[in-house]
Design a protein. Structure first.
Length: 435
């Protein structure tokens, strides 16, 4: 897996991702402290609103950004977005009103909603080999899990020496370093699309996504992942410090167990995906997640909670990490930024549903009814994915083009009106062929 680092563009982009993620982790800690400094006991409401704004920015901005990313030089676009995020991070310590936090968070998360899909869509162009790309997906999952483990530790160390305002400077430094790493490499230029209006480009990725059966299955799997993941991420502190009456260290250790399980699965996935189809692996992970979700509200003691959280982390990573392979397989290079942006927006829409249910349900209904509601939502997504994501999903599909004239270039290249090739949704293939 680590032989990928001999590829300079990938090595620099991966380091840029890790450093930017660490900066984002510091920002999460600093934002909580800033909210308490301005709002006191209402800090939870402020943070909840800020996270809702984050999800809304992701859902609303990502498709537009995906359209722009297909037209702009990738390196300059990524560096610009890193600088925007650094500027916002440096501005946050100077806010004096709650509404200012909300405005700055929206701009910062809008930049992230543009950065992440563009970054993700660049990796398969740098690593065209399927095995290399699969390893890169696992390393990306490891980077996210390491961030969740290391950022709180780094933040605690910095807070022992200086005020929480310094964390915003650390965040800005992370984004600047990320931009510097990106600017040191030459990235493949975007494959220019035919001239289309911005409106059509914006929704091109979503159109391709929803017209592709395997991607519809991916969206439903994302719903199952979000339903279970929200229960863990939102209510771990409630279980550990509320019900079990333990401390903050035990809460951190429980989240570390979840992250450790996810990292373990990410290391195993490249080998696993050599022997099993993406659908089999991802649905197995989603199914295990759903089975474990009700247990989160019934776990009787802390050691069993750690074991369960580790199992949930393994399932979480297994159900989620291979998604990039499906996106790459289902799009042409020129449409890839838009399709990755569609996945980014639609998957975060699932989290936008699951997060409030996990939080409000835990507060108003108790944990067991909340877990059962989220399990029902996740099970619905899982069952629909089983039916809508065909078990037989070949890349080459035989299909006909009765609508094209005999001299059309596509028919000449393909061998006639009825031909077979790697099938993706595009201007010539507007619908998925029936079996």
């Amino acid at each position: 897996m680590f032989t990928l680092f001999t590829n300079k563009p990938y090595r620099h982009l991966f380091l840029a991702q890790v450093i930017a993620l660490l900066g984002t982790g510091l920002l999460t800690v600093a934002l909580g402290l800033l909210a308490f400094d301005l709002a006191g006991e209402d800090a939870g409401l402020v943070l909840g609103t800020a996270f809702a704004i984050k999800m809304l920015a992701y859902v609303g901005i990502a498709p537009i950004a995906g359209a722009l990313a297909g037209q702009l030089p990738r390196r300059g676009f990524l560096v610009f977005l890193d600088l925007v995020r650094a500027g916002i991070a440096l501005s946050l310590p100077f806010v004096s009103e709650i509404w200012q936090i909300f405005a700055l968070i929206f701009i910062l998360q809008a930049a992230s909603a543009a950065f992440t899909p563009t970054f993700q869509a660049t990796i398969p162009d740098i690593l065209p080999d399927e095995k290399d790309y699969t390893r890169a997906l696992s390393l990306s999952r490891l980077a996210y899990d390491l961030e969740s483990l290391l950022s709180p530790v780094i933040a605690a160390g910095l807070l022992a020496l200086m005020s929480f305002h310094s964390l915003f400077a650390g965040t800005a430094i992370g984004f600047v370093l990320s931009g510097l790493l990106v600017i040191t490499v030459t990235l493949p230029p975007p494959v220019l699309q035919k001239a289309k209006g911005l409106y059509r480009q914006t929704f091109q990725g979503i159109r391709i996504y929803l017209a592709t059966p395997r991607l519809r299955g991916l969206l439903l799997t994302s719903l199952a992942v979000a339903s279970s993941g929200a229960m863990v991420l939102v209510n771990t502190v409630v279980l550990v410090q509320g019900r079990m009456e333990l401390g903050q260290q035990e809460t951190a250790l429980a989240l570390a167990a979840f992250g450790g399980g996810s990292m373990f699965a990410a290391l195993l996935l490249p080998k696993l995906l050599e022997n099993y189809a993406d659908r089999t692996v991802m649905l197995a992970g989603a199914g295990l997640l759903i089975l474990c979700t009700p247990l989160t509200a019934l776990v009787p003691d802390y050691p069993l909670l750690l074991l369960l959280w580790c199992l949930l982390g393994i399932s979480f990573s297994t159900a989620q990490t291979p998604a990039g392979r499906l996106l790459k397989r289902s799009s042409h290079a020129e449409d890839r930024p838009a399709v990755y942006a569609a996945q980014f927006a639609l998957s975060h829409a699932c989290w936008l549903i699951a997060y409030p249910l996990a939080g409000l349900g835990g507060a108003e209904l108790d944990l067991l009814p909340t877990a059962l509601i989220l399990t029902a939502i996740g099970m619905t997504g899982f069952i629909l994915a089983l039916f809508l994501w065909p078990s037989r999903d070949p890349e080459q599909i035989t299909h006909s083009h009765d609508d094209l004239p005999p001299d059309h270039p596509h028919l000449k290249d393909g061998g006639g009106h009825i031909h077979s090739h790697a099938y993706v949704i595009d201007d010539l293939h507007a619908y998925w062929p029936k079996p």
